[in-house]
Design a protein around this ligand. Structure first.
Ligand SMILES: NC(=O)c1ccc[n+]([C@@H]2O[C@H](COP(=O)([O-])OP(=O)(O)OC[C@H]3O[C@@H](n4cnc5c(N)ncnc54)[C@H](O)[C@@H]3O)[C@@H](O)[C@H]2O)c1
Length: 341
């Protein structure tokens, strides 16, 4: 039986308690939050769990094998460092940490103390995203021209990180995962409407190898909740709507073909553009709860004693890209070259 401690039980933390308790051979023994009101609420829902306002109580409990850090981003590094030093396996909610040096340090520390550390990039465990990844890898979209995502809503508004760290992080993680690549350069604009130094809205362009352009629009100041990704290839196109519980994926058999006129032609304009407006298919896919798949993977990695290198690498990549975005924001949208790999 793997015993888990959850550090941070605000909006997101209780989902870990619920999810781990659903899985076999594991239980959430301890929950910690600075706010005792949160702990009383947790105790009402999960009566057998121990609670504390000090995370050290969890770390000192020798029965606890692993902790999940679901606190605000600014606390992740310190909490993870201490947890590893106490000999716990660690799952850190997104964002992993706030700079690549911290990420590298934690990964090295985990190896030194023979424990694992895993960044919780939930969309890597999303069946819909995994289908898109396979589809793209198999070349079914053809050559990818461009892709974009929209992740907007009215709130929730964070105080420790901006909307880009909070929301665009998901899209960067998804794009890197689907394309199995990292951007060569990025540019980003962000706007702070509610407070002077925290961007509520972001527009980010990522330039991937093979001339693939990806654009991200995030906002927590928007009338509509949208969670959408569109990919356009030269053979097919697709749309992923994470809010559509039954048919989140739509494949469009649509493209534009270039065909030469029969008579002699002299300029590019004399190519004929033929619109192929084919069927839209909406496969009925049974999507497992992504958090459940993430938690299962964490348990599997604990049993194996290691997290796959590519998972860790993707965790660091996202932090590096976000740091690049920060530079671009500071320089009014300047293109920033990234040399990640
Ligand atoms: N993967 C996802 O889809 C997803 C969704 C929401 C939030 N998150 C992430 O989860 C984390 C928490 O987000 P949230 O929305 O639950 O925030 P929140 O503010 O609702 O909750 C954070 C909780 O952590 C507690 N806390 C802060 N410092 C602590 C400490 N040192 N020890 C113990 N408790 C402490 C606070 O009292 C609060 O209750 C963030 O990193 C966020 O980015 C991920």
């Amino acid at each position: 039986m793997i015993k888990i401690g959850i550090i941070g039980c605000g909006h997101w933390g209780p989902n870990f308690v619920r999810t781990f308790n659903k899985l076999k051979d594991t239980t959430v023994k301890y929950v910690c939050d600075l706010d005792s009101k949160r702990l009383r609420e947790i105790k009402k829902r999960f009566s057998s769990v121990f609670t504390s306002t000090s995370f050290r109580d969890i770390l000192k409990d020798s029965e606890i094998d692993a902790v999940v850090i679901a606190t605000p981003a600014v606390t992740h590094y310190q909490l993870a460092k201490e947890a590893l030093k106490f000999g716990k396996n660690v799952l850190i909610e997104k964002p992993f940490v706030l700079n690549p040096q911290e990420a590298n340090y934690l990964i090295r520390l985990a190896k030194r103390v023979n424990k694992i550390i895993m960044p919780g990039h939930i969309f890597e465990y999303h069946d819909g995203v995994r289908i898109i990844r396979n589809y793209t890898r198999e070349g079914k979209l053809g050559k990818i021209y461009y892709m974009y995502s929209r992740r907007t809503n009215l709130g929730p508004i964070r105080n420790d990180v901006n909307a880009i760290w909070d929301l665009a992080l998901h899209d960067i993680s998804i794009f890197n995962f689907i394309l199995d690549a990292v951007p060569l350069k990025i540019s980003a604009d962000g706007f702070s409407y509610l407070r002077s130094h925290i961007e509520d809205v972001g527009f980010i362009t990522l330039y991937y190898p093979q001339d693939i352009i990806a654009h991200i629009h995030v906002s927590w100041l928007d009338p509509r909740k949208i969670r959408e990704i569109v990919m356009v290839g030269d053979k097919k196109m697709l749309m992923f709507d994470d809010l559509d519980g039954n048919f989140p994926l739509k494949f469009y058999d649509k493209r534009v073909m270039k065909k030469k006129y029969e008579r002699p032609y002299y300029t590019f304009e004399e190519f004929k553009m033929i619109i192929k407006d084919g069927q839209v298919s909406t496969p009925l896919i049974k999507i497992r709860e992504p958090l459940l798949v993430e938690c299962e993977s964490f348990l599997e990695y604990i049993k194996k004693g290691r997290v796959p290198e590519e998972v860790l690498k993707r965790g660091i990549d996202v932090v590096k890209i976000l740091k690049g975005i920060e530079s671009s924001l500071k320089n009014k949208g300047k293109e920033i070259n990234l040399s990640i790999r």
